[in-house]
Write a protein that binds this ligand. Structure first.
Ligand code: ZN
Length: 227
């Protein structure tokens, strides 16, 4: 839900950054989808092998519809890979597969930021749906309390985006180590898998920047409305 007013310009840098990150992730992914790891294992095989080697044989590796929809589901303890990643032995595919396995290892080892992130999710999800309506009810009726509650809900959404960053960076670092230690990539292949994971990380930074800009914008709007 967008509301056009002069404060909208505050969102432009983050919007441009988000567009850049999106473009970067798809171009890098496409590029390294055409370069294959000499280990010749698919994303699904790499994920399976990492999970088995870390006593996570009970975590299944399933197929999921869509493009770049790969994720680890901590509630059902299932690793889901998109078809492209699942069946390809490209450096892009095994990079993503190892990253998702990294999330499964975080979960198994009770990595603290992951726990915080999972606990924040319902609040942030609920909050981000209510933040705009509450804020604008407060804005139009000049009720400061409603504007403030809206802003606080948005801060919860921002906190979620921020705690997502260490979770994602850590999963990627784990992935690169797992790929090297498991012999899934050679020394010269590693930087290519890393490029894919770095590009993906940018999109999370962009999401956090976007949430921060939204909070800033609402604070500016509230100030203008109060004076
Ligand atoms: Zn991730």
């Amino acid at each position: 839900m967008f509301f056009f007013d002069p404060s909208y310009v505050l969102l432009i840098p983050a919007l441009l950054f988000a567009m850049y990150a999106q473009q970067k992730v798809s171009s890098t992914f496409r590029r390294y989808l055409k370069e294959f790891a000499s280990s010749n294992l698919t994303g699904a095989q790499v994920a399976r092998s990492i999970l088995d080697a870390h006593n996570l044989a009970e975590v299944p590796v399933d197929l999921v519809k869509g493009n770049l929809t790969d994720h680890y589901d901590p509630r059902s303890r299932v690793l889901r890979l998109s078809q492209t990643v699942y069946q390809s032995s490209s450096l892009a595919a095994i990079g993503v597969a190892a990253h998702e396995a990294g999330h499964a290892l975080q979960h198994a080892h009770n990595y603290a930021p992951l726990g915080i992130r999972n606990n924040l999710f319902p609040v942030a999800n609920f909050g981000s749906q209510l933040a705009f309506p509450l804020f604008f009810i407060g804005f139009f009726f000049q009720t400061d309390l409603f504007m403030l509650i809206g802003i606080w809900f948005f801060i919860a959404a921002l906190a979620f985006q921020i705690v997502t960053l260490p979770v994602e960076f850590n999963a990627s670092n784990r992935a690169l180590r797992l790929l090297t230690d498991g012999g899934f990539v050679t020394r010269s292949e590693l930087p290519k898998a890393k490029a894919v994971l770095n590009a993906a990380a940018l999109t999370y930074v962009a999401a956090a920047a976007m949430a921060a800009s939204q909070v800033l914008r609402l604070l500016v709007l509230r100030n203008a409305r109060r004076s």
